[in-house]
Design a protein around this ligand. Structure first.
Ligand code: SAH
Length: 366
């Protein structure tokens, strides 16, 4: 039993069952026991590998995506580049390195990082120590957007594997309606277990097309992902800019459970080791695009990571990198290519969406 198990059991015994969203928040970002606060999740020795950790090509192509937009926007004189959930900072470091090819762009960038983990903030500060421009760290997306508020300034936002870490709520269909899935303490062995709210929920708007779903079906929603997307889209109604979100997810309103725990590259029970396993859920990109679309900004995608990276020229990047590589490096680069784009790897499960302020602006990659 982990410290967080004990903390949650005590909490539930005192205050009653908690929704899945509170469990996720505690498991990931509890200031003392949270996973992102205490663990070093990334890389081969960690629990999972994200695309930027697979290869520098990923961040470089994203850097070029923003560079292309900056040129098409007639080289604005100030850009706020905001990253949501930067992890070890690898993605941003690759973006910045590739922008050496366009120093005029690099020179007008202020960096902003939105990060919940004090430990990861330290890692990021170390990494960007030598970045000559302004850089700041924010606890919330709102704070980062507020900093990027001047009229003639541009806001670029990147988020890779950030939305999947945001808390979801789950609802299960019963005879009388949809009940919220809660987490309580099992009286038999004093462990954590699921239960349903005793009464169907009244005040939650669930997708219309799922109202007739089968008994016991589960629906997931991520109020925080929806709220942040709306906030970003609102920002783009008044300010020029673009956002790119990349994550594993789907493109429709569907039933089914995607909440998962990963420890050391393997699926784990979500209750077994809270604080020591990564807990995440697939992202409903359809919902995020619908929200942004309704707010009147331009939306792109979803496309798959495979299609996006291919359209951005990953094959060409591989060709260039392998030209000067040793046979061993060449094998690594080709292995990374497979990992990023193959259909049975990250290529199709991972999706890319874009949100853009200006209807007339054409972005690459989609
Ligand atoms: N983008 C990185 C890391 C992904 S892991 C990569 O691709 O490698 C998720 C990141 O989001 C971590 O940095 C984690 O600490 C951060 N994070 C998770 N929940 C957050 C929240 N609610 N607010 C801010 N950052 C959060």
């Amino acid at each position: 039993m982990t410290d967080l198990n004990e903390h949650l059991i005590k909490l539930i015994k005192l205050h009653g069952p908690i929704p899945v969203s509170s469990y996720m928040t505690e498991a990931l970002t509890n200031p003392k026991y949270g996973y992102y606060v205490n663990q070093n999740p990334f890389g081969k020795s960690g629990d999972f590998i994200t695309a930027p950790e697979v290869s520098q090509m990923f961040g470089e192509l994203i850097g070029l995506w923003f560079a292309d937009l900056w040129l098409k926007m007639d080289r604005p004189l100030k850009v706020h580049l905001i990253e949501l959930g930067p992890g070890k900072g690898t993605l941003m470091a690759d973006i910045i390195r590739v922008l050496d090819v366009l120093p005029e762009f690099l020179g007008v960038i202020d960096l902003h990082f939105v990060e919940a983990s004090p430990q990861l903030i330290e890692v990021q500060k170390e990494k960007f120590h030598d970045f000559p421009g302004n850089k700041s760290w924010h606890e919330t997306v709102k704070s980062a957007l507020t900093a990027a508020n001047a009229d003639d300034e541009v806001t670029f936002i990147i988020a890779n594997e950030f939305f999947d870490a945001l808390p979801i709520r789950q609802f299960q269909k019963g005879d009388l309606g949809w009940h919220e899935r809660m987490i309580t303490v099992n009286e038999k062995d004093d462990g954590l277990t699921f239960m349903l709210s005793p009464f169907p929920v009244q005040d939650v708007k669930l997708p219309e097309n799922l109202k007739a779903a089968d008994l016991h079906s589960i629906i997931e929603i991520s109020p925080m992902a929806e709220y942040l997307t709306a906030m970003i889209a609102e920002h783009f109604k008044d300010h020029s800019g673009a956002a790119l979100f990349i994550d594993y997810g789907y493109n429709d309103y569907r039933t089914g459970e995607t909440l998962q725990a990963i420890e050391k590259h393997k699926y784990a029970n979500i209750f077994e080791k809270p604080g020591y396993a990564d807990i995440s859920a697939h992202v409903n990109f359809r919902k995020l695009l619908d929200i942004a679309g309704h707010l009147g900004v331009k939306t792109l995608g979803p496309t798959t990571q495979n299609e996006f990276l291919s359209a951005m020229g990953i094959e060409e990047r591989v060709r260039i990198l392998t030209q000067t590589a040793t046979p061993e490096q060449k094998q690594d680069i080709l292995g990374a290519l497979v990992r990023l784009v193959a259909k049975d790897e990250m290529g199709t499960l991972f999706k890319v969406i874009g949100i853009i302020s200006d209807e007339k602006l054409d972005a690459a990659g989609f």
